[in-house]
Write a protein that binds this ligand. Structure first.
Ligand code: SF4
Length: 265
């Protein structure tokens, strides 16, 4: 059964008021989207290398508006230069970020040169690590494991430069491994084109709309995989510049894709 078959009152209950779509959706839940994407790509995403929450936060702050390859190279460069040991740590478990916190902004900016906006991010990163140290008494986010998910997200979002996407990434991608969907620009754009969220929906509203559409059995890892699959679609098929609907695996359940097909026929 498609969501178009679900009575309007039931559909309304699925959505928070602020992000309710203007028209009925063409699919029942995100499993249908997930199945189509998995079939299309032919395999699930490679398992994520899971880091501690602090390392994930550092990565998220550096990676905004930066391609994945450059983001990966940037976190490796930070680890190499400031990771805590004279010769660099052997594994992510051994990384200590105090030297990054105590480095000059110029040194940090130099190490961030592969990322976008290295000057702004260097200031932000140093301020964030100093703020954590002031609030916690040491540079660690391990204590977050004892907090409820909503409290973790609020705590992260009070840090300089950390918004809803960074808090979702820390909660979902790191060793905390809780349920959340990180909404990047690709995911936001595709949710709007699918008709899940209205055209002006923020990342927070898109996430608030998507989470009730996840099947009960979805774990944190399933949500992470969903994020990766949708992001890949945004990079290769449904880009900012052009939506290639005729070769998209979601065209039959996408309001934009179906409207395009109707206008062609
Ligand atoms: S059908 Fe078109 S608009 Fe919809 S997700 Fe695919 S490429 Fe994007």
């Amino acid at each position: 059964m498609r969501l178009t078959d679900v009575p309007t009152a039931q559909q309304a209950a699925l959505f928070p008021d602020a992000s309710r779509p203007e028209r009925p959706l063409l699919f029942r839940d995100l499993q249908e989207i997930q199945d189509r994407l998995l079939t299309w790509w032919g395999e699930p995403p490679a398992p994520r290398e899971v880091w501690d929450p602090l390392t994930q936060l550092i990565y998220s702050l550096c990676s905004s508006r930066t391609k994945d390859a450059e983001s990966q190279a940037t976190i490796l460069a930070l680890r190499e230069r400031f990771g805590g040991w004279p010769s660099g740590p052997n594994s992510w478990d051994e990384v200590r970020w105090e030297r990054l916190r105590d480095a000059s902004v110029a040194e940090i900016e130099d190490t961030l040169r592969l990322a976008t906006f290295p000057d702004r991010k260097a200031v932000q990163l140093k301020r964030t690590l100093e703020r954590i140290t002031e609030r916690v008494g040491s540079l660690s986010l391990a204590f977050l494991a004892k907090y409820r998910t909503d409290k973790v997200r609020a705590w992260i979002e009070e840090l300089p430069g950390a918004g809803v996407k960074a808090s979702a990434a820390v909660v979902n991608f790191s060793s905390l491994r809780r349920r959340a969907i990180a909404i990047d620009g690709h995911h936001q754009r595709i949710a709007i084109r699918l008709g899940i969220a209205p055209a002006n929906a923020t990342a927070r509203q898109v996430e608030a709309t998507l989470v009730p559409l996840t099947p009960v059995g979805w774990t944190a890892i399933t949500m992470d995989e969903h994020h990766t699959l949708v992001k890949k679609l945004g990079q290769r098929v449904c880009s900012l510049r052009e939506a290639h609907c005729t070769r998209c695996p979601l065209r039959e359940v996408c309001l934009t894709g179906s409207a395009a097909a109707t206008s062609r026929s």
